[in-house]
Design a protein around this ligand. Structure first.
Ligand code: G16
Length: 549
């Protein structure tokens, strides 16, 4: 009887949120992502799946984030967060895809029932969900559809609505809620702010106040989170938020934000015209629409040219610095810690070369945080960053234990150990986090006594170009070898390789986007002109491969 009532409520919800015809959904690189108007039925069904997942894990708290991050304002999306604060277990992605594509109420009911049985979910278990959304105008409507998915289960589901907040804060709260030791931090936004502020203050010590930092918030939720954080931080880091118009229609990610800066390799026009970077040495950074990515930049002191400090530059500086701290910590041999870096094919060739020439191991994996995160878990201290500014650092449990139990032989090594532990607190180890990464960079610069030019001096990026190509059907493009090569359409890879050979230090690859309806072409070469020409040549090949020419 109880079960029949549940199926009845699901049917009611499904009728209220019918699946639009002729749309095929995929749980991709970062969950479901498409035009917001196509998403209500998906949100309802994701609500059902989140409850199934929590019940399957005996009531462990699952996170749900409604955001389309760097995508344009009319898009929206949704992704699930596992109890550890990591992305949804990949084996469940196909269940999300299956539920979202059921064409009718009755097929949804039967898929739901099959899944519950097949996944051995005891529907009598409790479920706990925490959810949040970004500043997109479509957020509140989609949240209603999501909540409907929770409500059909009645009282067995307990939910916490975090309201409008960043993706990384939702990951933090999910992880903290499930951490029964209480050591990770309080499972609230305030808990997050306190944890960050306290670790940052420990690390800065008497090095502050630091020089001012300008932060382009992409007119997104990062503006709100940053404002709240600044009030907890005090004046050791004078932060000046820019692009904070969260309620202005069409402003989100428009001509600003991390994706704009990285792709265009230029200042957001608003930052350019505000002249805030004209004083030599001034640093600025850009968040993306849900504040899980960050890139830094400054203007060259004499030439006035734009200098980008992207995810690769962050990874290199942080890995080198943590590596030096580990050496200073002088842990006994059996507890020695290895720092490694995880990158994707987008990593600038110069960054990989720089790291390997300094004996820092580098792993290359496909795009998408879940791939980077898992590869980073294989190191004692794993630094992972996508070139687009998405990344973080993971400290293995045994590494933390080794640091906590070490008996330092000198004040210097005691200090290094203390700092490594403070970094492990400052860094959001659940997921890439613009705010936490901003503080990480500032803390490393303060310890090194560097400004942006000294940070930038390590290596020179190879000129590169990223192009978005719209094709009739991006699913015909299948990448392999950590996305460095194309498997299909057949024959295309050979042509790309021929094109690469024509350019000094030429490297190019093609992959379908997991978040936008396009294929991405990346090219780098010795000079800007060569990188551009290679990118355009490969773009033409992609059009040829997709049957357009
Ligand atoms: C998401 C993913 C990132 C990925 C980016 C672009 O970022 O989390 O891992 O690099 O999309 O992916 P694609 O090239 O497949 O479109 P975000 O910040 O939009 O969530």
């Amino acid at each position: 009887h109880e079960h029949a009532l549940l199926l009845n409520s699901i049917a009611e919800g499904a009728n209220e949120y019918p699946k639009p015809e002729h749309v095929n959904y995929t749980y991709g690189t970062a969950g479901f992502r498409t035009l917001a108007t196509k998403l209500p039925s998906v949100l309802f069904r994701v609500g059902l799946l989140a409850v199934l997942r929590s019940k399957r894990l005996e009531g462990a708290t699952i996170g749900v984030m409604v955001t389309a991050s760097h995508n344009p304002e009319p898009d929206n999306g949704v992704k699930l967060v596992d109890p550890s604060g990591e992305m949804l277990d990949p084996t469940w992605e196909s269940h999300a895809t299956a539920l979202s594509n059921c064409p009718t109420t009755s097929s949804l009911i039967s898929t739901f029932t099959t899944l519950a049985t097949h996944l051995r979910v005891d529907l009598h278990q409790p479920a706990n969900i925490v959810y949040a959304y970004d500043t997109r105008p479509s957020g509140p409507e989609l949240i209603k559809a999501l909540e409907k998915g929770f409500e059909v289960f009645g009282e067995s589901v307990k939910t916490v609505n975090l309201g409008i907040t960043t993706t990384p804060i939702l990951h933090y709260v999910t992880k903290a809620t499930n951490d029964k030791t209480g050591e990770y931090g309080k499972p609230t936004k305030e808990g997050y702010n306190q944890k960050m502020a306290s670790a940052f203050k420990t690390l800065i010590g008497n090095r502050g106040p630091l020089s001012p930092l300008y932060v382009d918030c992409a007119n997104g939720v990062g503006a709100i989170a940053l404002q709240e954080f600044i009030s907890t931080l005090g004046d050791i880091l004078p932060v000046h938020p820019l692009n904070t118009s969260t309620s202005e229609k069409g402003a989100l990610n428009h001509l600003c934000g991390a994706d704009f800066v990285k792709t265009k390799q230029a200042l957001p026009p608003s930052v350019q015209s505000s002249n805030v970077l004209s004083k030599a040495g001034t640093r600025a950074c850009s968040f993306d629409g849900d504040a899980d990515r960050i890139v830094f930049y400054y203007l060259h002191e004499t030439k006035g040219t734009f200098r980008l400090l992207d995810g690769d530059k962050i990874a290199v500086m942080v890995a080198m610095f943590l590596g030096d701290l580990v050496v200073k910590a002088k842990l006994d041999e059996e507890h020695n810690l290895q720092v490694g870096v995880v990158q994707t094919a987008y990593a600038n060739g110069s960054s990989t070369k720089y790291l390997t020439s300094r004996n820092i191991p580098v792993t290359c994996v496909p795009t998408g945080v879940k791939h980077l995160h898992h590869a980073a878990q294989r190191y004692d201290i794993g630094v992972y960053f996508e070139a687009n500014g998405h990344g973080t650092v993971l400290f293995a449990d045994h590494a933390i234990k080794a640091l906590k139990s070490a008996s330092p032989q000198s004040p210097d090594s005691a200090n290094a150990i203390k700092n490594l532990l403070a970094f492990s607190q400052l860094i959001n180890q659940a997921v890439g986090d613009a705010l936490s990464d901003m503080l990480l960079v500032e803390a490393v610069l303060a310890h090194r006594g560097w400004g942006a030019p000294e940070w930038d001096a390590g290596y020179e990026d190879l000129p590169n170009r990223l192009v978005k190509v719209e094709v009739p059907d991006r699913s015909i493009f299948v990448a392999t070898d950590a996305e460095r090569k194309l498997q299909y359409p057949q024959g295309l890879q050979d042509k790309i390789e021929e094109a690469m050979k024509k350019y000094d230090m030429g490297r190019s690859f093609v992959r379908p986007s997991g978040t936008e309806d396009c294929v991405r072409v990346y090219a780098e070469a010795k000079t800007t002109a060569e990188a551009d020409n290679l990118a355009f040549a490969v773009t033409d090949l992609v059009k040829w491969g997709s049957g357009q020419t």
